[in-house]
Ligand binder design. Structure first.
Ligand code: 5GP
Length: 201
């Protein structure tokens, strides 16, 4: 998605060879026009999947997944990382997820009230690194007896293992921007590396 790649190039910053900061438009301040375009693009990509619900993980997945759920005209459920007094802890699906950015485990939960057998769930997240967050969400969906209709990722770091892990389990993954490298403080997209390799040969 060109608009997103342009935002990453112009407004993102490389924190290290493994971490990209996009607080300017996605992870802290949110560019609502860009989120709207992202939501529509996910809705277009998964239009044939008979999605009944969108599931994400708080907090950074909420903005893009909200716009996607709105485009598909289905409810959005965000898995919680912290227990809430409003949630009956006997009535939840849960999964233990290791956070790539926080370097700690958290118990991610969704109330049994919002997911049921027969649902076709589109999982959306802001980043794909090693696939832990997405895997945790697929476990919750499957514990509910629902089906994973697909996984939509805003920014995939293709040099990490997430895609291989999830594709190995048979899930359809659509990423709107795929980064092949963050080496040397520079964002390189998968298509650019492919072009570079082609030009060299
Ligand atoms: P995974 O579970 O795939 O290893 O990591 C994905 C999660 O970690 C995402 O939900 C995202 O919040 C966070 N994350 C992973 N890599 C990055 C990154 O380079 N930048 C930012 N801002 N978040 C990341």
């Amino acid at each position: 998605m060109e608009l997103l790649k342009e935002a990453i190039r112009k407004r993102g910053s490389v924190l290290s060879s493994g971490v990209l900061k996009v607080d300017q438009f996605l992870n802290h301040q949110v560019d609502t026009n860009l989120m709207s375009a992202i939501g529509e693009e996910f809705a277009r990509l998964f239009a044939d999947e008979q999605v009944t619900k969108v599931v994400t993980i708080e907090s950074s997945g909420i903005a893009p997944s909200f716009m996607c759920a709105h485009s598909l005209q289905v409810p959005l459920i965000f898995a919680r990382k912290k227990k809430s007094v409003t949630m009956d802890k006997e009535n939840v699906y849960s999964s233990r997820v290791y956070s790539f950015t926080k370097k700690e485990y958290s118990e991610v939960t969704v109330s049994k009230d919002w997911l049921c057998a027969g649902d076709r769930v589109l999982i959306i997240d802001d980043f794909l690194a090693n696939g832990q967050a997405a895997t945790g969400l697929t476990q919750i969906v499957e514990e509910a007896g629902a089906a994973v209709a697909g996984i939509g990722i805003v920014i995939e770091k293709s040099f990490q293992d997430g895609r291989a892990l999830l594709e190995g389990k048979g899930y359809r993954i659509e990423s709107l921007a795929r980064i092949s490298s963050l080496e040397g403080n520079k964002v390189q997209f998968v298509e650019e590396s492919a072009q570079f390799a082609y030009n060299k040969s």
